[in-house]
Design a protein around this ligand. Structure first.
Ligand SMILES: CCCCCCCC/C=C\CCCCCCCC(=O)SCCNC(=O)CCNC(=O)[C@H](O)C(C)(C)COP(=O)(O)OP(=O)(O)OC[C@H]1O[C@@H](n2cnc3c(N)ncnc32)[C@H](O)[C@@H]1OP(=O)(O)O
Length: 184
């Protein structure tokens, strides 16, 4: 895809290694937050993405474009598609077993995505350098090997749990995410 140097791993970046306690190959990934617009099962109008990791290194998910996701008539809004890409990439960082947030997200829109289309999403990590993780994702129409409609490249930045606690209840946040390092 077309990407800037900011989302390209620098020389010396390391490929991620399997982390003890991280989701194992074949497992489903739980939502990181019930009310997340992209993956929260309790969100009233969210995308309700569910994901799994087939191999402990990549993440797969499906997103079916609905009436509520239109930008142009009968076509998905680009921002909604970017949300889905951001989330599936965010879920792939889950495999690193540390909290990260999106610093930068670049998106290529290659094909229009009509309402009713199921996009097959896949995300993976291309490298880690210090607190920076370099990630990529694609969304294919209709099948895992269907035509690519969307590509994304992202830079995620590692944060500590206090990042989230500034705007929410630390006790609740920590209790919900005991498997993350709280003070990395
Ligand atoms: C009850 C609550 C439940 C909470 C749940 C808790 C657990 C959840 C676990 C997992 C969640 C997963 C969630 C996935 C959801 C999808 C992902 C999202 O949508 S995340 C939301 C959107 N993103 C933000 O809101 C970030 C806002 N930005 C920031 O907070 C800061 O800017 C931050 C943390 C990204 C960096 O700030 P600094 O002060 O820590 O660090 P500095 O020094 O500025 O940056 C570090 C390095 O990164 C580069 N960098 C930072 N931002 C960059 C950018 N945009 N482009 C290029 N480089 C950037 C800098 O140049 C620096 O590089 P050099 O070390 O000097 O080489």
């Amino acid at each position: 895809m077309t990407r800037s140097s900011l989302t390209t791993p620098p020389p010396g970046a390391n490929l991620p290694e399997a982390q003890p306690g991280a989701p194992s190959p074949g497992s489903a990934l739980v939502s990181h937050y019930d009310q997340c617009f992209a993956c929260g099962p309790a969100h009233p109008t969210g995308l309700h993405l569910t994901a799994r990791t087939p191999d402990g290194a990549t993440v797969e998910a499906e997103f079916t474009v609905g009436e509520a996701h239109q930008g142009a008539p009968r076509l998905a809004h680009g921002g909604v598609l970017a949300t889905a890409m951001d989330e599936v990439i965010g879920m792939s960082v889950y495999l690193l077993h540390k909290p990260y947030v999106t610093g930068r997200l670049e998106t290529d829109y290659l094909l229009p995505v009509p309402v009713g289309t199921t996009l097959h999403l896949r995300a993976w990590c291309n490298g880690i350098a210090g607190r920076k993780a370099y990630l990529e994702a694609e969304g294919r129409i209709g099948a895992p090997d269907g035509p690519v409609a969307v590509r994304a490249a992202a830079l995620f930045i590692e944060v500590n749990m206090e990042h989230f606690a500034k705007h929410a209840d630390l006790a609740v946040t920590a209790a919900d995410h005991q498997d993350y390092e709280v003070n990395p």
